[in-house]
Design a protein around this ligand. Sequence first.
Ligand SMILES: [Zn+2]
Length: 118
Amino acid sequence: MDKKSRGFTIIELIIVLSVLGIIALIAIPRFLSVTEYAKRDVCEANRAELEHAYEIYLVKNNESDSEVNFNTFLNQWDQEVCPDEGIISRSEGKIKCSIHLDEEVEDSNDSEGSVPFL
Ligand SMILES: [Zn+2]
């Protein structure tokens, strides 16, 4: 039997599988964090849209800003606000999500692992 037609040796298979394992170890956590950031951004954009629509609702109906008015408006709002089903509330004039808090500090994670500029 020709030696070249025997296929892969066990050593070659182990090397290929370990390289694939290392790539998966690097890629999967990065992919998960990217989807987490995307969900946070979607939630933030939806809250901004909701806030504008709420202000228009207040002007149109000649109402003032109150918790009752906001909850009435929120019950009429038929679009999903938070992809992670966070509880939407309004305080201090801003619409907030129970899961995606406004963490400006988290944006500095774009330069992962690098030393911050002083
Ligand atoms: Zn959210």
